[in-house]
Design a protein around this ligand. Structure first.
Ligand SMILES: Cc1ncc(COP(=O)(O)O)c(C=O)c1O
Length: 529
């Protein structure tokens, strides 16, 4: 439509040019995805090399969109990790559903600020609709309150401040922790092994001090020992402290453990404490028939949270918090200023999300969640999640059947940890010096896989020992990705083990393995899209 008339406003791009460059941008996105499964997952570069590529001064006169798009293809993409790769198994990173890319562009189109109803009435309603859909999907009451925030940490922050305001035995709004009515330490509880560090960060943000997070011993299956929780709550209260919240894990970050919600809810009821379910990684599994039973009792939680940018694959960023009684959220965050609502009360009952969470200006995150949910549909999502769980089970079988590996857990959801313990060391593996050697070996295996570009795998610690950890979180991952990654782990394990015992043939094998790997070619400027 080059002929269309446009009065170009200062700073805008001529619409004809915009359409042309927009098509080029879409091509760049499509090319990126065309190559995604062959791309090296981690760019093999040093911080100095990356820094050296971004040193020019800001242009004085401005630059063309075309020049920036070229830069994106040639200079930026080759130095970005392929988070959407089917073999990206690090952290708990979502895969980035393609429909979400379009949603991000459309939300930017209207530059909607979803803080106030007046700034985007449909944005507010779409967010409400998404929250209802999500509640329905996981089996939580659909008349719940809630809000979208930047991620799991902020979702936990939102829930815990709401809990504190609600449970503290004095009105903490005006004076907070400095109120003279506060008679003891405000305390929060989570399981010692699998409780997530974001709760410690939240304790920091609330200025409770990190020691306010009380670690409850875990059972052998890594879930919270509820009898211990009961005992700790009673003892802390008897000492004059103020327990205000228990955080249950709903799909923990290392192994996907799900704390027993009904038993924890009974104890929370008994002690008058808020129950928050941190489901950043796993809450959506409550909507999948095969894993639903694990989540029995979530409907009794005062609040729940999950990351839409993890398993759901919504592009960064989006965390979701659901609060059973929405007015408690408002009580915690509502704040008045004449420029926020207008100077006189008009009696309007508009829902301004800036009154329900920590952010005032907020992006239109709900659009990408809305479009991802609609694109896949409830059945489609169940199918994808179920496939991810079955891939974790496949990895478990590979680990179990291989003589060089130690099983550390049964697969629960899509997060899976195991340990390389070569046959030769297995019988001595309890000895402290052997444990140390195994720790180093497991780390070296993961380092080698990362450098090869085949996959991005990480380590964690399970019961104090270094373990190899895969988060199989991507809708793109197939059995062949699991098999290739496991095979590489096993081969690197053998080679590194043999080399550490001075077998001089192995360094040649290691060279060969670096280069014969079909995925290991690293992107060059010429090959980059
Ligand atoms: C259980 C759990 N809670 C909270 C978080 C924090 O989420 P975010 O990184 O989105 O802030 C994570 C992140 O992996 C997590 O696994």
């Amino acid at each position: 439509m080059d002929s269309e008339e446009q009065v170009t406003r200062p700073g805008d791009i001529d619409l004809g040019e915009f359409r042309r460059i927009g098509r080029e941008a879409i091509d760049a996105i499509a090319d990126y995805h065309a190559d995604l499964s062959r791309r090296s997952v981690l760019p093999n570069v040093t911080p100095e090399e990356v820094a050296a590529r971004f040193v020019e001064e800001l242009s004085g006169e401005g630059e063309s969109a075309g020049a920036m798009l070229r830069d994106w293809r040639e200079r930026v993409v080759p130095l970005l990790t392929a988070v959407g790769s089917p073999r990206h198994f690090a952290y708990v990173n979502g895969s980035g559903a393609m429909i979400g890319i379009l949603a991000e562009a459309l939300a930017a189109c209207t530059n909607t600020n979803a803080g106030a109803w007046k700034l985007g009435p449909a944005a507010t309603e779409i967010e409400r609709q998404c929250l209802r859909w999500i509640a329905d999907f996981i089996g939580y009451p659909t008349d719940t309150g809630g809000i979208m925030v930047s991620g799991g940490t902020m979702a936990n922050f939102t829930a815990l401040l709401t809990a504190l305001r609600h449970v503290a035995p004095y009105d903490s709004t005006a004076n907070g922790l400095q109120d003279t009515a506060r008679s003891g330490r405000l305390l929060v509880y989570m399981a010692d092994h699998e409780g997530h560090v974001s709760i410690t960060r939240v304790a920091d943000m609330l200025n409770l001090g990190r020691n306010a997070v009380r670690l409850v011993p875990s059972r052998p299956d890594f879930t919270m020992d509820v009898d211990e929780l009961d005992r700790m709550l009673a003892a802390d209260r008897a000492r004059g402290d103020l327990p205000f919240c228990v955080v249950a894990q709903l799909g923990s970050v290392n192994i996907g453990a799900v704390d027993p919600m009904n038993a924890i809810a009974d104890v929370c009821d008994k002690h008058g404490v808020w129950l928050h379910g941190d489901g950043a990684c796993g809450l959506l599994a409550a909507g999948v028939p095969e894993t639903r039973a694990l989540f029995s009792g979530i409907e009794r939680a005062d609040s729940l949270s999950f990351d839409a940018h993890k398993l759901l694959g919504v592009p960064y960023d989006c965390g979701v918090v659901l609060v059973r009684h929405g007015e408690r959220l408002r009580r915690a965050f509502s704040i008045a200023a004449p420029y926020l609502r207008g100077s006189l009360d008009t009696g309007d009952a508009e829902l301004d999300y800036l009154e329900y969470g920590p952010e005032m200006s907020r992006p239109f995150r709900a659009l990408k969640v809305w479009m991802v949910l609609r694109f896949f549909g409830a059945h489609g999502l169940r199918g994808i999640f179920s496939k991810n769980f079955s891939l974790a089970r496949r990895l478990h079988s590979l680990v179990r059947e291989h003589p060089d590996f130690e099983v550390l857990q049964e697969p629960i959801l899509y997060l899976y940890c195991f340990r390389f313990v070569p046959n030769g060391l297995a019988e001595h593996s309890e000895a402290p010096e052997v444990q140390k050697q195994l720790d180093r070996l497991n780390q070296e295996i993961v380092d080698a896989i990362q450098r090869s570009g085949l996959a991005l795998v990480m380590t964690t610690r399970i019961r104090g020992r270094v373990a190899i950890r895969l988060s199989i979180c991507s809708h793109r991952t197939l059995e062949e990705d699991i098999d290739a990654t496991f095979e590489a782990i096993a081969r690197w394990g053998r080679l590194l083990f043999q080399s550490s015992y001075g077998d001089n043939k192995t360094s040649a094998n290691m060279e060969e393995m670096q280069c014969s790997n079909e995925f290991c070619s690293l992107p060059t400027e010429a090959s980059a899209t």
